[in-house]
Design a protein. Structure first.
Length: 252
């Protein structure tokens, strides 16, 4: 307890309790000098950072160590970062932030389709990298800024405590980003949710003019949820407005 002017001050609890413990990050980039510079910055910013410089070493490190998130460069000699992500997603929902070459939209879209949580173009500002990492980690730890409760819509059931989702009683594996996106749509069932709101609420950043991240995450979510009883997707695109989760019937 601290004092100020003779008055006792209660220590305020941390807003994000998970930040009281250093977050372990695996940063993967074949540019050794750049990787070391980013590690030094992130370390000063409170992260615990390990390095790998190729896809094979990265996958081995993830399997042998406990990491909170992975920063993964797309372009590496031998197996690419996309190859590593594809293999990783077969066995782990570990949050992944992709490093993509400036202007390489196809790499960004493919990375998101393979299950990346977000991307940041290279060369990147270390401060933006740290901010994007914190946003990804907040989602992974269930701290999206809104109190989450159990939600359901017909056959879709979302459990807040376990951050799990099932459809017709069958578990569905979602990334942290997909989970938060579904939670937002479930809270707003029957109402249109704009891309701008989704970007701010789920990705933690404003929607860019050419940013297709939301579209790709929605596509992934549609594929994982499957069709509703009427044969159509539960998620409807509202042209130039956003997305709407339809009110569904009871489980089949």
């Amino acid at each position: 307890m601290q004092t100020r002017g003779g008055a006792k001050l209660q220590r305020r609890p941390a807003r994000y309790p998970w930040r009281m413990v250093s977050q372990r990050i695996l940063l993967v980039d074949d540019d050794v000098e750049l990787a070391q510079l980013l590690r030094d910055f992130l370390t000063r910013d409170g992260f615990e950072v390990a390095l790998a410089h190729n896809a094979d070493d990265a996958l081995a490190a993830v399997r042998n160590g406990a990491f909170d998130a992975l920063v993964l460069d797309v372009m590496m000699p031998g197996r690419s970062g996309l190859d590593a992500l594809r293999e990783l997603r077969r066995e782990s929902p570990l949050p992944v932030l992709m490093l993509t070459a400036l202007g390489e939209d196809i790499d960004r879209i493919l990375g998101l389709e393979l299950g990346a949580d977000d991307y940041i173009p290279k060369p990147c500002n270390p401060r933006e990298l740290a901010a994007r990492l914190r946003a990804v980690l907040r989602r992974a730890h269930g701290d999206g800024g809104e109190t989450l409760t159990d939600l359901h819509n017909g056959p879709i059931v979302l459990r807040a405590a376990s951050r799990s989702v099932s459809v017709n009683g069958e578990p569905v594996t979602l990334t942290a980003t997909e989970f938060d996106l579904l939670a937002l749509l479930l809270r707003e069932t029957g109402r249109v949710v704009s891309k701008e709101r989704i970007s701010q609420s789920v990705l933690g950043r404003p929607l860019g003019p050419f940013d297709r991240s939301i579209d790709v995450h929605i596509s992934n979510l549609r594929r994982k949820l499957g069709d509703a009883a009427d044969g159509d997707s539960p998620i409807t695109t509202i042209h130039r407005s956003g997305y709407l989760l339809r009110q569904l019937g009871a489980p089949a």
